[in-house]
Design a protein around this ligand. Structure first.
Ligand code: CTP
Ligand code: MG
Length: 226
């Protein structure tokens, strides 16, 4: 582990995925309006934290000029985050998917503050759509009441020891999750829900990439206020 600096904040970016659903190679390197998803995510975080660390796919190097350092990612997102955690001694860590390139500074500040106070926090949005479970034939099975349901985004913020403990337990017990707050919650830890932002969608499919091109026009003109 790096030297312990309990007062500092590190941004940890899992960016080691292969981007299978997008189909354009390693996703973090895909460009939207002249800047990669990774460069955009790093640019949103770097001014607000003490250090930025990125988990990269095997054999790929950090592009020049990014204010970050890199570690090799793992075969799963969870393992990539575990390696990122090992690379910092910061007292508070913000884990953010490189695949979410539009990150308002308001969300970063609020997640970091809630993480300090509660121990764990995530950006999330109340679900707006009607939810339905598919039936056996693939059609409409039944309504799922959306009241009280939130869709989880990143960044997710943690006191470093809280997240490190949750990862150790998950590894020892062979448990995998698609996010980090879930690892804390399964141990009974409190996780604060911080209002996220519609622009924090994850670029997962070609449709999301088209949306990202549209959002980039506004974002690059107006930043957070777009
Ligand atoms: N990620 C990672 N290491 C992995 C897998 C994923 O660091 N072994 C990162 C991705 O780079 C991404 C984030 O975790 O920033 C969310 O993952 P996802 O959207 O699933 O990205 P990919 O795994 O690249 O996409 P796909 O599942 O379509 O292959
Ligand atoms: Mg994936």
């Amino acid at each position: 582990m790096a030297r312990v600096r309990t007062g500092s904040v590190a941004a940890l970016l899992p960016a080691a995925g292969s981007g299978t659903r997008l189909g354009r190679g390693p996703k973090a390197f895909v460009e939207v309006a002249g800047a990669s998803l990774l460069a955009r995510s790093v640019a949103c975080l770097a001014p607000l934290v003490d250090e930025v660390i990125v988990a990269l796919p095997e054999g790929l190097a950090l592009p020049g000029g990014l204010p970050a350092r890199a570690v090799p990612g793992g075969p799963t997102r969870q393992e990539s985050v575990r390696r990122l955690l090992e690379a910092t001694g910061a007292g508070v860590v913000l884990v953010h998917d490189a695949a979410r390139p539009f990150l308002p500074s308001r969300v970063v500040r609020e997640v970091a503050a809630a993480a300090r106070e509660v121990g764990a926090a995530t950006a999330a949005l109340p679900v707006a759509d009607t939810l339905v479970r598919a039936g056996e034939g693939g059609g409409w099975g039944g309504l799922v009441p959306r009241e009280g349901l939130w869709a989880v985004q990143t960044p997710q913020g943690f006191r470093r020891d809280t997240l490190a403990h949750a990862h150790e337990r998950a590894l020892a017990e062979g448990f995998t999750a698609t996010d980090d707050a879930g690892l804390v919650a399964r141990l009974g830890g409190e996780v604060a829900l911080v209002p996220g932002d519609a622009r924090l969608f994850k670029v997962t499919t070609p449709g999301d990439l088209a949306l990202a091109h549209a959002v980039a026009l506004l974002w690059d003109a107006g930043g957070d206020d777009a």
